[in-house]
Design a binder for this molecule. Sequence first.
Ligand SMILES: [Zn+2]
Length: 654
Amino acid sequence: MRSLWDAAAAATFAGPLGQRVYTSRLLGSDHSLVLHGGGNTSVKIRQPTLFGDDEDVLYVKGSGWDLATIEPAGFAPVRLDRALRLATLDRLSDAQMVQELRAALIDPAAPTPSVETILHALLPYPFVDHTHADALLAITNTEDGFARAREIYGDTAVVVPYVMPGFDLARVVADRFPKDSTPETVGLVLLNHGFFSFGQTAREAYERMVELVTRAETYLKTRGAWALSPGGFCPATVARGELASLRREVSEVAGSPMILSTHSGPKELAFAQRDDLHEISQQGPVTPDHVIRTRRVAQVGRDVRRFKDGYEAYFRAHAGPSLQMLDPAPRVVLDPSLGLVTIGRTAADASIAFDVYSQTIDVVLRATALGGYRALPASDIFAVEYWDLEQAKLRRGGSAPVFTGEIALVTGAASGIGKACAEALQRRGAAVVGLDVNPRIRDLFGQRSDFLGLECDVSQPDTVDRALDAAVSAFGGLDMLVLNAGIFPASTRVDGLSLTEWRRVMDVNLDANMVLLRSAYPLLKRAPRYGRVVVIGSKNVPAPGPGAAAYSASKAAVNQLARVAALEWGGDGIRVNIVHPNAVFDTGIWTDDVLRSRAVNYGLSVEEYRRNNVLGVEVTSRDVAEMVAEMCGPVFSRTTAAQVPVDGGNERVI
Ligand SMILES: [Zn+2]
């Protein structure tokens, strides 16, 4: 491991807390050390109180903060003497510990101190760093992990067998550290868990962490257990319907729709195709806190019921009488033709499960190369999975938005009504796939795990096919389809209409939607809460306008297509509804110039033209999008083939 210490960068962080922030970010930026909020750091600072006397304050990482992005406000300031005194107790429950640590804060608005706070307090050095380094996990998750750690570190680190993090671990360290440490000691090795390093300065503690990790890496290298093998072969593409079926079964077992993210790279395929997969994937996680993201073991193959039975048996074997079982669905599936599928309630959860399991693969392979991967016993993993404090982390999420775990595809999503629909569905918790001919669709919302933007001409069936493959690979299926993409050609009377222009409009506004409906049907049929389709029609369907023959005819035809789909697919529970917007001016077509010339045409001001409807209101993309989202939701659960105007009231339609 290379040190990332940069004297010039470090100098821009003032004081001991600034230095603490700097090296915490260095540790957090390395995913082989910590992942998604894992690890923690602290600094002890002597500072004056309001009364003029000095006190020692332990600034320790607050829960909910990530080392990679931590700020000074992410460190919870705990009175050191109070934290140290807690270590003298014989027993302390998790809930009591959290309460006592919160009561010891000098700032009641600070985040809750890390569960490792007492351990940080006990180590007699100003700076203390803690990581879950991959290299150490590969060495200690083996048959003789303890002996290997002793052999590698000798007097330089105190080796501590696995103890559940929190008060119990702090007590063990309080007992062992004074007895086992020597003048050479620079850190602690916690078996199946990670390293602690410490020092007089932020740099010293950080460089010692680098040294501890490097020694573990060197040990693996000298035993041929460092380099990872080349990738697996790529099987024939899996049919989209197969993945959607797997998602439906997982969602049924979970009791709510789930996101499935498929990773079929060479690394994932090679792992899923190993002969010893059944053995190495069923041992347990590389460190217990991963259980929250990955469950204790992965599901091998496609049999979700079998996984469920196994999970229930594991729960019965370890649970006390008052515990309530979590949902028994897998979070990781390994399959020789799919590779690695990670699962979560949200796209973000599925993505975190991927990061964690991707690291798991490396650790398991290295431990296997070292002589055999051995995880902790199931009882230790269960204790963390059903640990009060871990459960609290999950509960803190609050009630989930209505479309959590569901997937929506919106065409023409780069601007106007389509973009507003994508946003309205995201606000309600859906993962959204946006298609558009405009390449800006790819990073429409920046880097978000719940949005996949695909450049796609919907009038090209093979491009649509590839887009659906990408959507299902990213999220596992399709629950909602919003057919929005369309073109509005220049005004032409029927007697001057060219066949080429007519066909171009029909191609995009009608044929493309038929192809999309046809291709999406097998996925919508497998949606856990039944599929929903919303078609963006037009006021021109009930009230066509002169000069818009091709547009009006195409929208009337797609309207009829949607009504027939509603008839044919009702038996599958799929609802198809239509919204007819009119005069939505905040879209790309309506530039200020166009708006002005149209208003003049009618002898109106721009403002009057905008509100030229029965209610006298402006209609925005967002108004239309909110209707679209509601049509996908419970309010419309008993409604199909409805045609709802969003136009402020139009006399010709009424
Ligand atoms: Zn830890």
